[in-house]
Design a protein around this ligand. Sequence first.
Ligand code: 0WD
Length: 275
Amino acid sequence: MGLFDGKKGVIFGIANDHSIAWAITQQLAKEGAVMGFTHMPDKDPARPKNENKVRKLVDPIGAKFVIPCDVQSDADLDRTFATIKSELGQIDFMLHAIAFAPPADLTGPVYNVSRDGFKLAMDISAYSLIAMTGRAKPIMNAGGSILTLTYLGGEIVIPGYNLMGLCKAALESAVTYLASETGPSGIRVNALSAGPVRTISASGVGDFKKMLTLYETFSPLRRNISEEEVGKTGMFLLSDLSSGVTGETLHVDCGYHVMGGPPLDAIKAQAASEG
Ligand code: 0WD
């Protein structure tokens, strides 16, 4: 018996085998979930690179469909949700693991962010959850669960996270309002705030290597999270095990978010290395 036996849902945001959405998908598949997938539309349909990358992963686990969807396009979203309805009928869960900001605007400082860069980043990284939730609600069963991915840089300043921090703040606020609005229909909306995971998106954010070292040195568990840990907690939040949890941002970051300053052993090690 799997936790997702008889449950159906849709996954947005697999780019490749390092994607957080793939880590969560693997856990859902283990528990018996039936799933459909979207991918970024390919620029040249004759060379479907994005589609092929996703198909290679999800065809072996019995994907019900693999379709392109640019979340910036209302027409794409309408077509995607029509497919979800025709292929799956009513659904039980939806994963939103999507973010983007133009590299020139992401490098900061925030006071130099362009108007167009701001609009684009907010549209893809925050508004898309709102657009998707509005379309998912009518086809989601009571007891359904919607999950998005966020990062601590939406709550406090993480140098290098810059414009994406503003997007995550909007996203986390959207989670609370959406949860309050969908709750009466029995639908939950939560965010998983992950520590750094080496993915394509992460490579655009600050100095990623330094970020990993920071977590190893500062976090209560003195290490970084594994993709499997994000996968398991993502599965938990999409499952009935978390049936009383909504409007929540749950941190999967080895406890990094609770630290107000460096641990004493890190300060001593630094002092020793400086002689
Ligand atoms: O350390 C990390 N990797 C963390 C990631 C820590 C905490 C949170 N997150 C978040 C990200 O901000 C994002 O919301 O997790 C989510 C998933 O990100 P990921 O798994 O790190 O990154 P990736 O594998 O690149 O997936 C994000 C995908 C895009 O990938 P690419 O690399 O092609 O930009 O978002 C999708 C796309 O597949 N995406 C879109 N999908 C539809 N329409 C669009 C769009 N317009 N833009 C990007």
